[in-house]
Design a protein around this ligand. Structure first.
Ligand code: SF4
Ligand code: SF4
Length: 418
């Protein structure tokens, strides 16, 4: 079966609304460092007119696009520039995914294998000769540090240690944990369960969750991404019909993909799910504003935290929720970093041909973090975490993990026993 989904009715993404003001190009992080990239205005609405007449106008330099959507945030006329570019790549690219691209994109398969022998995998991926082989044979840049794999999957931990007690609560939410939590960092999922339970909510996992598919889309495997998207929507519909108030997430990129890329790029119907699918920080803020839950924090918690806005958080307009929660922690010295792409864009920065560009894009952000000198950087995106930790040496934590660290669990439980 072809890995490309067929988009018979090319949606226009409002490209006729383009005023040719070029503001999108000013905000494009790739245009700023890569003279060979045509830029969002030209690659998007300008060339779309030509591509609709003749697909030969497709240009393979469009693969340099990070899909950060900063052009869409900047556009004063609502043109979905990033979507136009991604759709063109899905529709017209002649570039077949290589073995490397397939490996980077199949996070569920690779994660399942790697966690089986996690100590060996982590040891191997840290060795210089292994990195040299990956660089020469697979074209994965040898500078890149891989995130460590966990010896126990989050799902395994949940079924063994948390699932039974979830029935003790009166209110429930579903949780889409994503690949990073499951295979690399179960602690984030455990922190999420800890907070929700303290707030009076039991947590249910989805039945048969699959990777959201963001890496599949980026690597030309849109057919597989569509199948996984349909599976996830079915699982979420079931979860909501079984009494879970919402389906919550702890990854901004997974959330953005399932809310916006599913219908816009993959033509996966997410109606009836989209409004109930959100980051945990948004759910918590809404419940706090409605007076339904309260968070009580430890008095001895003192940290300086610098918050980085991931590109897809910027696009969703949800930064406010994560920062509002962090600012509620009394002992937290909060600093907002300038909104700037970190340059990794999921699997993009792992590829040898992109590595240097990826680091150039992130350089102003790395510099600012070093100047601020925080205890932690905080961000809602796991791949931003990898990039910032590798490039600055500062530890990066999801806002949910910082909340869990600062939370007075017993006092929070006592005020939320509704
Ligand atoms: S910012 Fe919007 S209106 Fe201006 S050139 Fe880009 S797409 Fe066109
Ligand atoms: S999505 Fe990001 S990288 Fe791609 S054209 Fe828009 S601003 Fe540039």
């Amino acid at each position: 079966m072809s890995e490309k989904i067929q988009l018979h009715n090319l949606s226009a993404h409002d490209f006729e609304q383009c005023l040719k003001c070029s503001i999108c190009t000013v905000y494009c992080p790739v245009s700023a460092v890569e003279p060979n990239y045509p830029g969002p205005k030209h690659a998007g609405p300008d060339l779309m007119r030509y591509r609709m007449k003749d697909p030969d106008f497709f240009n393979e330099t469009l693969k340099l696009c990070l899909n950060c959507k900063r052009c869409e945030v900047a556009c004063p006329h609502g043109v979905k520039v990033g979507d136009i570019i991604q759709e063109a790549r899905i529709q017209y690219s002649q570039h077949s995914p290589s073995l490397r691209d397939r490996m980077l994109a199949n996070t569920d398969f690779v994660g399942s294998m790697a966690t089986l022998v996690a100590p060996l995998t982590n040891f191997f991926l840290g060795l210089s000769p292994a990195k040299t082989v990956l660089d020469k044979v697979m074209k994965i840049d040898h500078h890149r540090q891989f995130p460590a794999y966990s010896g126990t999957k989050f799902e395994t931990w949940f079924h063994r240690h948390a699932e039974a007690e979830q029935q003790n609560y009166k209110h429930f939410v579903g949780y889409f944990h994503g690949c990073y939590v499951n295979y690399n960092y179960p602690k984030l999922g455990q922190d999420f369960v800890k907070i929700m339970n303290a707030c009076g909510y039991g947590v249910h996992l989805l039945e048969k969750e699959k990777c959201c598919g963001v890496a599949l889309i980026a690597n030309g495997l849109s057919g597989q991404a569509k199948r996984q998207g349909e599976n996830n929507m079915q699982a979420m519909r079931r979860s909501l019909s079984e009494g879970n108030e919402a389906v919550l997430t702890t990854s901004s990129t997974c959330t953005f993909t399932m809310r916006d890329e599913y219908p816009d790029l993959l033509k996966v119907d997410n109606q009836g799910v989209r409004d109930s699918l959100m980051l945990a920080t948004r759910f918590l803020c809404q419940k706090i504003d409605e007076g339904k839950i309260k968070l009580v924090f430890r008095k001895d918690y003192h940290k300086k935290v610098a918050y980085h806005t991931a590109c897809h958080m910027e696009r969703m307009g949800w930064t406010l929720y994560s920062t509002q929660l962090l600012k509620m922690i009394p002992g937290l010295d909060f600093m907002m970093l300038d909104s700037h792409c970190c340059g990794i864009a999921g699997t993009y920065g792992f590829k040898k041909e992109n590595y240097e560009r990826s680091q150039k894009i992130g350089a102003p952000l790395f510099q600012q973090i070093k100047e601020v000198n925080p205890d932690y950087v905080s961000t809602d995106c796991e791949t931003c975490k990898w990039q910032i930790e590798m490039s600055t040496g500062y530890p990066v934590m999801n806002p949910i993990s910082i909340l869990a660290e600062a939370l007075d669990v017993e006092a929070t439980k006592a005020v939320n026993s509704y």
